[in-house]
Design a protein around this ligand. Structure first.
Ligand code: ADP
Ligand code: GLC
Length: 489
């Protein structure tokens, strides 16, 4: 096998900085690809909020970055991903990344990530480490393939293939025209079949046109985004590049997300001995001021409270549900102020039955996964979704809408002898209500069936090994497309 040099470029990465599942994915995949024998490295901006886990050292030379009228200067920090030898680089630039937010609402947001793309390429040259493939993630890295194709083609790094992974079509990185000069892109690229979209630069679209190959994080999402109703306005580009688009399901970091060893839990448990799960439930009930009652099931939520996740559907019907069903809710999330307010109102109105923590809390997220009987995810769209996989591993039955990766990871109860959760189709509160009702009925009336579903879910293999091998194949595919030479597998 030819050892490939692979660089992952990302705006989030566990355990250093996390907003959502992108961080989980990029924290885990590089280690698995390295385990296959490849030379894998990762690069991420250094935000004011980044946690400096492990041993860090600053590279001695400053990094000159080709952006704007006079180049910018950055500094590089180096560490490794925990429990691995995978080098992780962090780009420090006080003005753009010194602030705590990963994504900021300010006008300079696209410029921050344009600088990050150029800095990444400069770092490779400075390290004299030219990757065979650069694996980019989401819009923040969208200009990197354009830079390679247009301004660096005659440099060694210009031979690097690019794989671009779509984690979410809803965020496209729209930017004013001024970014063309700032990122030092040729003026001619400002056209509809490259980086332009409706009078702006669209960084996601740019990547879709320029990357050697495109992946997304589940097979079903790969189909959905080619359709008019699922492509967020870029479905035509994905149909155009359809032969280069692949869906590879995310895995789970099974060492980190394991109820048998999870240190965040008050008690551990396994499929053969679930006693610890009851302790987790009691702790969760106490933690969120729910009535501590072993008989009533807790249904959990852990999510960004944004339109995509559909939790407004739960927020608006939660009263109706707890008035009619014997169930408690444990909610963790933040985002849309209206949805946050609805959940807070429900807590006040239904004390002991609805508990919520508005905020981000990694430890509580794990307690909810472990202490709940079911996990609610009414997503309108879900490229992959990791939390339903965590739920399955923790013996917690997912109640999910039939979309994206949720379809690829949860099997409906109706499929006799195979079910691991409850799936509903329509994105409305009536359909969600029915699914929750179905879950409650199973919990109370058919505990043996519940238990069988639980054990089936806990036994599903979501480890990264399969997907990492598919990414390695995809890297070879991209290299062949870029260079005409196929690396030995
Ligand atoms: P997305 O990336 O769209 O947010 P995923 O299901 O892929 O959805 O990943 C979400 C990740 O973020 C999971 O690891 C989940 O536990 C975590 N998470 C989401 N909201 C919170 C929160 N409020 N507190 C702690 N962890 C959270
Ligand atoms: C995005 C998606 C989510 C996916 C995650 C990791 O944030 O919303 O569905 O699991 O990326 O790929």
């Amino acid at each position: 096998m030819q050892r490939l040099k692979v660089l992952l470029v990302t705006s989030e990465m566990e355990p250093f900085v996390k907003v959502g599942g992108l961080a989980d994915m990029v924290g885990a995949l590089p280690k698995e690809v390295a385990a296959l024998g490849h030379d894998v490295r990762v690069v991420c901006p250094l935000y004011g909020s980044t946690k400096r886990v492990g041993t860090w050292s600053a590279r001695p030379e400053p990094l000159g970055v080709d952006v704007g009228a006079q180049a910018a200067w950055a500094r590089t920090w180096e560490t490794t991903l925990p429990d691995s030898a995978v080098p992780a680089y962090f780009i420090e630039h006080e003005q753009y990344f010194g602030r705590p937010e990963v994504y900021s609402e300010t006008d300079d947001n696209p410029f921050r990530f344009a600088l990050f793309c150029r800095a990444t390429l400069a770092l490779c040259e400075q390290l004299d480490w030219i990757p065979d493939v650069i694996h980019c993630h989401d819009w923040t890295t969208g200009l990197l393939p354009v830079m390679l194709n247009t301004t660096l083609r005659d440099k060694p790094i210009g031979n690097a293939a690019t794989v671009f992974t779509i984690h979410n079509m809803e965020h496209q990185g729209l930017s004013p025209h001024a970014i063309v000069d700032y990122a030092r892109l040729p003026a001619a690229e400002y056209r509809g079949d490259s980086i332009e979209s409706m009078g702006q630069v669209n960084m996601l679209k740019a990547a879709l046109y320029h990357a050697s190959k495109i992946t997304t994080v589940s097979p079903t999402y790969a189909e959905e985004i080619r359709r008019r109703d699922g492509g967020c306005g870029l479905d035509h580009v994905l149909r155009f590049r359809g032969a280069d688009l692949l869906g590879i399901l995310n895995g789970v970091d099974t060492a980190s997300w394991d109820p048998a060893t999870d240190k965040a839990l008050p008690a551990n448990y396994t499929a053969t001995d679930l006693a610890g799960k009851a302790t987790c439930k009691a702790t969760l009930q106490a933690r969120l001021d729910l009535t501590v009652d072993a008989k009533v099931p807790v249904f959990g939520v852990v999510a960004r409270l944004v339109h995509q996740k559909g939790l407004d559907l739960l927020a608006e019907s939660i009263g109706h549900i707890v008035e009619r069903m014997k169930v408690q809710f444990a909610v963790l999330g933040s985002g849309d102020a209206r949805v946050e307010a609805e959940f807070k109102k429900a807590v006040a109105r239904y004390p002991g039955r609805v508990g919520a923590h508005i905020g981000f809390d990694g430890k509580l997220a794990r307690l909810i996964q472990a202490g709940s009987a079911a996990f609610v995810m009414p997503s309108r769209a879900e490229p992959c979704g990791l939390t339903q996989m965590y739920a399955l591993r923790y013996g917690t039955l997912p109640i999910v809408r039939a979309t994206g990766g949720l379809v690829d990871t949860v099997v409906d109860q109706g499929e006799q002898g195979r079910g691991t959760g409850f799936i509903f189709r329509e994105a409305n509160s009536a359909a969600l209500y029915q699914a929750i009702g179905r879950a409650c009925a199973t919990y109370y009336d058919r505990p043996d069936e519940w238990r069988a579903m639980q054990l089936r879910g806990m036994a599903v293999d979501f480890s990264w090994a399969n997907s990492a091998a598919r990414y390695a194949d995809c890297y070879r595919w991209a290299i062949t497309a870029r260079t005409g030479i196929t690396p030995e597998a």
